[in-house]
Design a binder for this molecule. Structure first.
Ligand code: NDP
Length: 475
C-alpha cells in the first residue's frame, strides 16, 4: 500500500533528522513530522473540550440569555445539575436532519456539477479552473473555482423564498439551531474519521501524506494533504468554503429575521454585523482563487482541525454576535454605530490591500507596482521532497514592509468591530476577538516556523529586513 510505504519513509526521514539536527530540513516543509509534548497536550485538550465549548456557548444563549457566568454559578451553587441543563437541551430531530442533509447535498451539487460562469461576465473576477501552489511532493493541483456562483445562487434562492415562495420561514436556521448543531457534529466527525481512514488506505497522493505515528495528532492535524474524491471533489476547498462560509451569511440573515419576528424591527447593531460579516464572506468568495495560496490550502493537512472545525466551530462560533443580538436587541447610538462601521471598514481595507499586494506580487513575479513603486524583495529558494529546487520571492515593501503579517492585523480590527457592535453588557460576543487573536498569533508563529524550515537562511534575511510580526514597533 502506497500510504504504508510513505509511513516507512517518514520513519526513515525522522531517523535521518535526528542524526543531523543541525541540518536545515528543507524539502520537509509543511506540517510537522514529529510531535512535541506541548502540541500533543493542546491537541488532546482541543479534541476533548472544543465540542464542549461550542455547546456551552450555544446553550448559554438558549437557556441563560447569553450569560456565560450564570450556568457556572447555577452548577457551582447546586442550584442546577448538569442533567437539568442537558435535559432542557433540544435533541436531534428528523426535521433538522432533513434540513441539514438537503443543505449539504445542495452545496455538493453546486460545487461539483455547475462549472463556473461568473468569470465569464464579472470583470476582474478569477474563477473556473485554477491551479494551487506546489505541494511538498511537487504536485500542482487543479481546482474548479465556483464558490461565488454557489454563494449567489444560494442567496438568490433564499431571498426568493423569503419574499415570494414562502416554502419555509427565514427564521428556520435560528428555530432549529441546536438540533442542527448535532447534525453538524455528525458530519464533522464523519468527515474527519473518513479522511483519516482514507489517508491510510486510499490516499489521493501518497507522497503528500504525513504520519507522525501519534494517533491523536494525525487525527487532529490530518494525514492527507489534499484528499479528493474523483478529480474535482476537493475536501479542503469544499468544507472550508461551503457549507461553512456560504452558511455564515444565511445564518446571520436568519438571526435578523428572528429579531424582526420577535421585536417587529431589526436593530442597527444586527444590520452592522450582517453588513460587515457579509463583506468578509463575499470577499472570500470573490478571492477564492487567491485562497488556494493561503495556509489552509498550501500547508495544512485535512484532519479534524479543518473537517470538524469547518462544519461546527466556524458556523456556530463565528456567528455568535448575530445570535446574541436575537436575545439582546441592542440599538446603538449614531456615534457608536459610526465608530464600529469605520473600524470594520478600515480593518477590511487593510486586510484586503495587504492580501492583494502579496497576491499581485506573487502573480506577476514582482513585476508590478506597490504604492506607485517597484516592490522590494528578498530572493529565496527551497527544495521539494523529490529534490527539485524552486525559487521564490519575499516582498519587503508596501504593507509587507510594515509587518510580516499585517493582513492579520486588519483581520483583527474587523473582528473587534463585530464584537463592539454588540455593546458592552455581556462578554459572550467578545469571544470572537479573543479567539481570533489566539488563532492568528498562533498561525503567525506556525507559519514562520514552516517558512524558516522552507527557506532556511533566506528567511532569516527576511525577518532581519522586516522585524515585526503584527504591529510595527511593538510585536
Ligand atoms: P498569508 O496570506 O499571510 O500567507 C502566508 C504565506 O505567504 C507564507 O506561508 C508564505 O508562503 C507567503 N509569504 C509570507 N511572507 C511573504 C512576503 N513577504 N511576500 C510574499 N509572500 C509571503 O496567511 P494565511 O494564509 O494564514 O491568511 C490569509 C488570510 O486569511 C489572512 O488575511 C488572514 O487574516 C485570513 N484568515 C482568516 C481566518 C478566519 O478564520 N477568519 C483564518 C485564517 C486566515 P510561501 O510558502 O508561498 O512563501
Amino acid at each position: 500500500m502506497a500510504a504504508h510505504q510513505e509511513k516507512k519513509l517518514a520513519e526513515e526521514r525522522k531517523h535521518q533528522n535526528m542524526q543531523n539536527d543541525t541540518k536545515v530540513s528543507q524539502g520537509q516543509w509543511g506540517r510537522a513530522w514529529e510531535v512535541d509534548w506541548f502540541s500533543l497536550a493542546s491537541i488532546i485538550f482541543l479534541l476533548m473540550f472544543a465540542p464542549l465549548i461550542v455547546y456551552y456557548f450555544i446553550m448559554s444563549c438558549d437557556q441563560y440569555q447569553c450569560s456565560l457566568t450564570d450556568p457556572l454559578l447555577d452548577l457551582l451553587t447546586g442550584n442546577k445539575h448538569l442533567s437539568d441543563i442537558w435535559n432542557r437541551t433540544p435533541t436531534l430531530t428528523y426535521r433538522a436532519a432533513g434540513i441539514y442533509s438537503l443543505w449539504v447535498a445542495f452545496q455538493v451539487v453546486l460545487y461539483v456539477s455547475i462549472p463556473d460562469f461568473c468569470h465569464k461576465f464579472l470583470p476582474g473576477y478569477v474563477g473556473g479552473v485554477q491551479e494551487g501552489a506546489v505541494t511538498p511532493a511537487g504536485v500542482v493541483n487543479k481546482y474548479e473555482i465556483n464558490g461565488l456562483q454557489a454563494w449567489i445562487i444560494t442567496h438568490v434562492l433564499w431571498f426568493a423564498n423569503a419574499s415570494c415562495f414562502h416554502f419555509f420561514s427565514p427564521t428556520i436556521i435560528f428555530d432549529n439551531w441546536i438540533p442542527l448543531l448535532w447534525c453538524a457534529n455528525i458530519l464533522g466527525y464523519t468527515v474527519s474519521t473518513f479522511a483519516m481512514i482514507k489517508g491510510y488506505f486510499f490516499p489521493t497522493n501518497a507522497k503528500d501524506c504525513k504520519f507522525t505515528g501519534n494517533f491523536f495528532y494525525d487525527y487532529m492535524m490530518g494525514i492527507e494533504f489534499n484528499p479528493r474524491i474523483g478529480k474535482w471533489f476537493d475536501f479542503k476547498l469544499f468544507f472550508n468554503g461551503r457549507p461553512g462560509i456560504v452558511a455564515w451569511t444565511l445564518i446571520n440573515l436568519s438571526f435578523a429575521a428572528k429579531q424582526q419576528e420577535l421585536y417587529g424591527k431589526v436593530t442597527n447593531s444586527m444590520i452592522l454585523v450582517n453588513v460587515l460579516q457579509g463583506i468578509y464572506v463575499l470577499d472570500f468568495f470573490w478571492n477564492e482563487a487567491w485562497y488556494l495560496k493561503t495556509i489552509d490550502i498550501c500547508h495544512d493537512h485535512f484532519g479534524w482541525y479543518l473537517g470538524w472545525g469547518d462544519c461546527v466551530w466556524l458556523p456556530y462560533l463565528y456567528t455568535l454576535q448575530g445570535l446574541y443580538l436575537v436575545y439582546h436587541p441592542v440599538q446603538l447610538c449614531t456615534a457608536h454605530a459610526a465608530g464600529v462601521l469605520m473600524l470594520g471598514l478600515l480593518g477590511y481595507f487593510i486586510f484586503r490591500m495587504t492580501n492583494h499586494q502579496k497576491d499581485l506580487f506573487r502573480r506577476t513575479n514582482g513585476n508590478c507596482r506597490i504604492w506607485g513603486k517597484k516592490p522590494e524583495y528578498i530572493e529565496c529558494s527551497y527544495v521539494s521532497v523529490d529534490g527539485t529546487k524552486y525559487y521564490s520571492k519575499l516582498m519587503t515593501s508596501g504593507f509587507w514592509g510594515w509587518a510580516r503579517h499585517f493582513n492579520y492585523t486588519g483581520d483583527l480590527m474587523g473582528s473587534l468591530a463585530y464584537c463592539l457592535a454588540c455593546g458592552f453588557e455581556h462578554i459572550l460576543p467578545y469571544f470572537y476577538i479573543v479567539y481570533m487573536t489566539i488563532l492568528l498569533t498562533h498561525r503567525c508563529i506556525r507559519d514562520e516556523h514552516r517558512c524558516c524550515s522552507k527557506y532556511g537562511k533566506d528567511w532569516k534575511r527576511y525577518t532581519a529586513a522586516v522585524p515585526y510580526r503584527l504591529l510595527p514597533g511593538i510585536f
